[in-house]
Design a protein. Structure first.
Length: 220
């Protein structure tokens, strides 16, 4: 039902090839999160340094907002706005005609479909968002690091869940110059990849706490 939203269906960041995400237009998978055929090989010391620097840079961003562009496994492209507050909180408002709203309140992640008037929830810890929204962002203690590589001014860090609670992998894509988050890709257990690109990102903004509260339709 919800690819990218982990166990409500399988694992990706949300929606993916799901019928909950209507097509806006067809597009190839985003190049920003595609692992290059040739990338710089890192030594053990370089790899450890990259992970440490990336963890520190990501954890320093307590709030952020901007635009996102999501490409699902079937090539469907959707866009919208996001707001994030670490630890644990994020909101993804999809642009029309996609009727979806996704909100993490720090404990659970909810996906609401305005057309169907449904709200589905899963524990935050069972989704890829749990690492992205972690307060300390310690890659090696919080996840199994599968790959670290640099190419074309970007750093790709691929991890999988240590606990086995979440199937598939998560690849974070960072700007090599300052380790700012550019986007990410989730790959589910069946090999389906969902890519998300961020743009017009503003960090350090004061966000309304109500952004991260999502009530069911019958409670509104």
């Amino acid at each position: 039902m919800m690819n990218f939203f982990a166990p409500l269906a399988a694992a990706a960041m949300i929606a993916g090839a799901s019928p909950l995400l209507p097509a806006l237009k067809q597009a190839p998978a985003s190049p920003v999160v595609t692992t290059p055929a040739v990338a710089a090989q890192l030594s053990g010391a370089e790899r450890a340094a990259v992970l440490k620097e990336a963890s520190k840079a990501l954890a320093s961003v307590k709030t952020a907002r901007g635009r996102f562009e999501q490409t699902s496994p079937d090539g469907t492209l959707s866009t919208g706005q996001f707001a994030m507050q670490r630890p644990g909180k994020v909101r993804f408002d999809y642009d029309d005609p996609v009727p979806l709203l996704m909100v993490s309140d720090g404990t659970t992640v909810a996906l609401q479909d305005a057309d169907l008037e449904t709200t589905d929830r899963v524990p935050l810890g069972s989704t890829p968002l749990s690492l992205l929204l972690s307060e300390r962002m310690d890659f090696e203690s919080q996840a199994d690091v599968l790959d670290v590589r640099r190419s074309n001014g970007r750093t790709n860090i691929t991890v999988e869940d240590k606990t086995g609670e979440m199937e598939g992998t998560l690849t974070l894509v960072l700007a090599a110059a300052d380790n700012s988050l550019v986007g990410w890709r989730t790959t589910d257990a069946n090999g389906g990849a969902t890519s998300v690109m961020l743009s017009n990102v503003e960090t350090g903004a004061k966000l309304n706490p109500r952004l991260f509260i999502l009530r069911d339709f019958d409670n509104n």
